[in-house]
Ligand binder design. Sequence first.
Ligand SMILES: Cc1cc2nc3c(=O)[nH]c(=O)nc-3n(C[C@H](O)[C@H](O)[C@H](O)COP(=O)(O)O)c2cc1C
Length: 197
Amino acid sequence: MTDTTTLPTQARTVLDVIRRRRTVDITLLKPDPVPREVLEAILTAGTWAPTHGLTQPWHFKVFTGEARTRLGDIFAQAYAAGSAADRDSESALAAQRARALKAPVWISLELHVPATSKFPLWEEQAALSCAAQNILLAATAFGLVGKWASGAVMISPMTAAALGAPSLMGFLYLGYANAAAPDSTRAPLVDKVTWAE
Ligand SMILES: Cc1cc2nc3c(=O)[nH]c(=O)nc-3n(C[C@H](O)[C@H](O)[C@H](O)COP(=O)(O)O)c2cc1C
C-alpha cells in the first residue's frame, strides 16, 4: 500500500486495519473467549453496512461456549447429508463436530431478504457481504483474526434449516491468534485500476 505516514490519523487507522485483516486458519486460534461487549461492537459494525433501500437483509447467530457443541452437531448432520465420499465415516463426522470447538466464536451469515424487497438478489447478497467485511474489519481492530468459511457444510440448506435461516452465505469464525498470521498478496494497482482523466 502507498506510504500512509502523512495521512490524517483517522484515515491511517482505517487503512491500517484494512491492510492488517488476514484470513487465518482455525488451527492458529487460541481457545480464549471473546468478551461479549467486543462481539456486540463488532456486530454493530456489521449492521452499519450499506444496504440498498435499507432492507438490512441479514441475521447473525453467534455461537460461543457450549453452544458450539450444537453447532458441531449441525455441521456433522449437514456433512452426513452431503456428497463427500467419506460422509458415512464416523471420524469425518467427528472432525466436523471438533471443528466447531476450534474457534471461540462462530457467526452465521444468514440472508433474510424481506418479501417486500424490490432489489435483485445480488444486491441483498452484496449487502450481507459488506456486513461480513465490516465484521471482519472491526474484529481486526480488536486484535481478532478469523475467516469467512463458505464450504459445502457452511452454506448447506440443511445447516440453514437447522438455524431457522432462509439461506446462508457461510460463517465467520473469530478468535485470538496464537501465532503471527501469514501475510497475503494482491496484484498491484496498475493491474486493477484504469484512470480516466
Ligand atoms: C465469500 C468468501 C468466501 C470464502 N470462503 C473461504 C473458505 O471457505 N475457505 C477458506 O479457506 N477461505 C475462504 N475465504 C477467504 C479467502 O480464502 C481469503 O480471503 C484469501 O485467501 C485472501 O486472503 P486474505 O483474506 O488474508 O487477504 C473466503 C472469502 C470470501 C470473500
